[in-house]
Design a protein around this ligand. Structure first.
Ligand SMILES: [Cu+2]
Length: 135
């Protein structure tokens, strides 16, 4: 019974979203979303900021208010997957962009793994992005 109520509530929310015109997301599927790096390169060193944009590739528009739930930053592209560094979320500066703080302890290629839930969509956006850290 609980499941039924929740499903109905979710359906109602979807309809409300569609009516209010916030429905650009409702017509897309989860595979139509992808993260992209705002800057491909970063200076090696402590407390660097990474900015990514979550795009709806169908509409070409950034997607605000996604829930980012998985992040990992390591040097897998340079065969150092055990060299991982902490990723701390920072407040976004514009809708659809998501920022993180991390220490790049070494120059080279770093892989940022991201997972996200998008409002009104089932499934998970999962992307791996490669950032070049310069000396
Ligand atoms: Cu390394």
């Amino acid at each position: 019974m609980k499941t039924f109520t929740r499903a109905r509530a979710f359906q109602a929310a979807l309809i409300a979203a569609a009516i209010s015109g916030a429905s650009t997301a409702a017509l897309a599927e989860i595979r139509d979303y992808k993260f992209e790096l705002v800057d491909q390169t970063v200076q090696a060193g402590p407390d660097k900021t990474i900015t990514v944009r979550l795009m709806n590739t169908k509409t070409g528009k950034p997607v605000p208010d996604a829930v980012i739930f998985a992040t990992r930053l390591d040097m897998a592209p340079d065969a150092m997957q055990e060299m991982a560094t902490k990723v701390t979320p920072l407040p976004g500066t514009e809708p659809g962009t998501y920022r993180f703080k991390a220490t790049f302890g070494m120059a080279g290629r770093w892989q940022l793994s991201l997972g996200a839930k998008v409002q009104g969509e089932t499934g998970t956006v999962e992307n791996k992005l490669v950032i070049q850290a310069d000396q």
